[in-house]
Write a protein of this length. Structure first.
Length: 174
């Protein structure tokens, strides 16, 4: 389960205007969430069976899809009694649906062209990233080669110094 602060941040970040808390006795959380974000919240007042919660959620989603009104969907979906509550209680309506569902051919063409433009730009970025990756891979190989030469030269110098010290030690000239 999300912490209250995380839930508030999620609601604020997503600019959500309506939340359904379909868990048992969530009225205090609903008040806190509404006060912190201003979102309308549907919550449960008492412990409810899972079957009731699932049925209410399905009805709510169906009515919200049909009407686009959060409050109206709540009124149509809630079971009888005091199991569910709408916060804030004074709000009459909260329209959630888009204002129109039909686009003209010209609007659809503009949207399609914008999507194609974005796709082409992403392709260019992808190609540029491939070149950058190849360049970085080439540089990484160059660094490894130079590091190997340093190790070889260091080993050669250590061997040479060891040979000289042994030579002078054996000959007694040191």
């Amino acid at each position: 389960m999300l912490a209250v602060g995380d839930l508030e941040a999620l609601v604020r970040g997503a600019c959500v205007r309506g939340v359904v808390l379909n868990s048992c006795e969530s009225d205090e959380l609903a008040e806190t969430l509404h006060d912190a974000t201003g979102a309308d919240v549907v919550c449960t007042m008492v412990a409810i069976p899972d079957e009731t919660a699932f049925q209410t959620a399905a009805l709510f989603a169906e009515h919200l899809g049909e009407s686009g009104d959060f409050r109206a969907a709540y009124e149509l979906a809630k079971p009888g009694g005091v199991a569910y509550r709408y916060v804030p209680e004074y709000r009459e309506s909260l329209v959630m649906a888009p204002e129109r569902y039909v686009f003209s051919n010209e609007e659809l063409r503009t949207i399609y062209e914008a999507i194609n433009d974005i796709r082409q730009r992403l392709s260019v970025v992808e190609i540029e990233l491939r070149y950058v990756r190849q360049d970085l891979n080439g540089r990484k190989t160059d660094l490894r080669v130079s590091a190997q030469w340093v190790i070889v030269l260091f080993g050669f110098l250590v061997s040479l110094i060891t040979f000289i010290l042994l030579y002078f030690n054996v000959t007694g000239s040191l």
